[in-house]
Design a protein around this ligand. Sequence first.
Ligand code: NAI
Length: 331
Amino acid sequence: AKDPVRVLVTGAAGQIGYALVPMIARGIMLGADQPVILHMLDIPPAAEALNGVKMELVDAAFPLLKGVVATTDAVEACTGVNVAVMVGGFPRKEGMERKDVMSKNVSIYKSQASALEKHAAANCKVLVVANPANTNALILKEFAPSIPEKNITCLTRLDHNRALGQISERLNVQVSDVKNVIIWGNHSSTQYPDVNHASVKTPAGEKPVRELVADDEWLNSEFITTVQQRGAAIIKARKFSSALSAASSACDHIRDWVLGTPEGTWVSMGVYSDGSYNVPSGLIYSFPVTCKNGEWSIVQGLSIDELSRKKLDLTAQELSEEKALAYSCLS
Ligand code: NAI
């Protein structure tokens, strides 16, 4: 039998946490033959709720779940973890300035970076979900210098999956037959959902999405804004932000990273930019990646047309500004 993998979920008493921990305990993140030990962190005001989640995990009698650590102590939570899913953060509340929210999250991610760096297992893989996801991941990277930068990522897989979902609905095809959309840039409304290299499996072979949809006007405007604004549409409908889709996409992100992407398929991940596609290096930016042997690599050589170039640059610009704002909170 395999040794259990220790998976940390921060903010585990929150809505995404509540959807995510049963998925992990069921084997959806790491595979149906991989035992897990869940580490759950939240803050003292949520300690009682966190304990309730622990009680439900016990009650669900998951065969793969070999242990649960539920704590408000970051060091205890981070000790020995192989995978860290960072969902905890400070949400923007009405009337708050952007800088105030950034400042709260910078201090959270700075201190959790240190706890992970000192106490996590070697080669721990980190996924930041909490917003501003890209910049929180960047702060975590800066304050955990001994964790390889390749191990620190942020979630844009939800946006990627939303793009697949929109194409599947538009063409009335199975979502599993659509592949290779790309989310470029920030997990925010400046992200660029790109279908220029996406394709659909049809009885007549693989066809480009551009050819099947044929309506460039829809692809270049409504499709893009629908994906960019989907988070807001969910809040409007549900009065709460996306949780089951965020949790499911976080599982997809880690599963593909650890177990690999299928041949001929790429996914979107927020990763530390190496300057590919002329995206400034030193930002956590969403790129198309393939994964093999537990490592991602950015898909190279895709053609970028003029409209796309502008959109790649615009979202990079926003990330540079967020980075500057985050740094101004440090001093
Ligand atoms: P929530 O408010 O229900 O849960 C957040 C939890 O984090 C709370 O239990 C809170 O007590 C905890 N928390 C706060 N500070 C903490 C700290 N320092 N350490 C540990 N835990 C802490 O929020 P929800 O809906 O679960 O969303 C979580 C985050 O995920 C938000 O920042 C949200 O904006 C983000 N998000 C990101 C998505 C993505 O695609 N990247 C998609 C959806 C949400």
